[in-house]
Design a protein around this ligand. Structure first.
Ligand code: NAP
Length: 283
């Protein structure tokens, strides 16, 4: 019997990533502990956190509270750039601190959270690769990288960069980046996959949801997953939203639905920028 609630994508470097994970940005305190615990017990097999979310300890407590064995789920964290952090020594110390906060021996995926032009990838990438070889992380990746940064990162990595975690939902263009990543076997990990709530008020998405008797959240997630080079990490801190979001991995939209949603992207659709680190986006 298949007990899995989602399915996995196998990447370059043989990462086996469950396509739907739980985002935890802005999940805090006991709510974070409880939602991570409930998600794992419900069948989520993928949790996304970051040092910058200041909730790694709560995510770790949620893991412990769930009683789910470590090898049963895929865990991602991210290291945030500041002036010195990406030196080999500081990168290692940061990764060790994350493992301690999370209460685990390894993460499955360790990401550089944003590119930082002040910190040379020629130093950072070999140090990140070394963390994989030491076993602190099973795989490495990046987040918020444009094509130029990806090219530079690849040039200095001797293990595969398995994902680039970027903003992706129906209102944003990422086609240039996605094409490049497909050609280079890097998965697009969609953050803010519900456009931080904007998908709930869109008439096209609402009509497709009504047609299939599903929720707008499920429409957005199913649309993202309709391309098998993408994964999605919707955040919820509301237990009532957990199951429906997970079930989106089983929803199949038809080609007409997908074509309609494809019309929604615009150059103004981006919602997340970081004043110090945002690169020149490709779309
Ligand atoms: P999101 O997942 O697009 O949207 C989250 C919002 O949608 C929350 O307000 C949530 O409220 C609501 N929501 C979730 N499921 C719902 C449902 N079924 N029905 C109604 N409302 C629902 O936004 P996000 O948090 O920005 O992105 C997701 C994750 O991506 C983050 O948590 C984080 O892990 C990651 N991320 C990474 C970066 C990066 O720089 N790498 C940047 C942003 C985000 P409730 O909690 O009340 O359900």
């Amino acid at each position: 019997m298949n007990l899995h609630k989602t399915y996995n994508i196998r990447t370059a470097g043989a990462a086996n990533i469950p396509v739907l994970g739980l985002g935890t940005w802005q999940s805090t305190g006991q709510d974070c502990v409880d939602i991570v615990s409930k998600a794992l017990q419900m069948g989520y097999e993928h949790i996304d956190t970051a040092q910058a979310y200041s909730n790694e300890k709560e995510v770790g407590k949620g893991i412990q509270q769930s009683g789910v064995n470590r090898e049963k789920f895929f865990l991602t964290t991210k290291i945030f750039p500041d002036d010195m952090k990406f030196t080999p020594e500081n990168l290692q110390a940061a990764a060790e601190r994350s493992l301690e906060n999370l209460g685990v021996d390894y993460v499955d995926l360790l990401l550089l959270h944003w590119p930082d032009e002040r910190v040379p990838l020629a130093e950072t990438m070999p140090a990140l690769c070394a963390l994989q070889k030491q076993g602190l992380t099973r795989h490495i990746g990046v987040s918020n990288f444009n094509i130029d940064y990806l090219l530079e990162a690849k040039a200095h990595a001797d293990v595969p960069i398995v994902v680039n975690q970027v903003e992706f939902h129906p209102f944003i263009k990422q086609s240039t980046l996605q094409t490049f990543m497909n050609n280079h076997h890097i998965l697009l990990e969609a953050y803010s996959p519900l456009a931080r709530g904007e998908v709930f008020d869109n008439d096209i998405i609402k009509a497709i949801a009504d047609k299939h008797n599903i929720t707008p959240a499920q429409v957005s997630l199913a649309w993202i997953l309709s391309d098998n080079k993408r994964i999605a990490i919707p955040k919820t801190a509301n237990p009532e939203h957990l199951q429906g979001n997970l079930d989106a991995a089983q929803v199949r939209l038809d080609s007409d639905d997908i074509a309609q949603i494809n019309t929604l992207a615009s150059s103004g659709g981006r919602m997340i920028e970081h004043p110090d680190y945002t690169p020149n986006w490709d779309d």
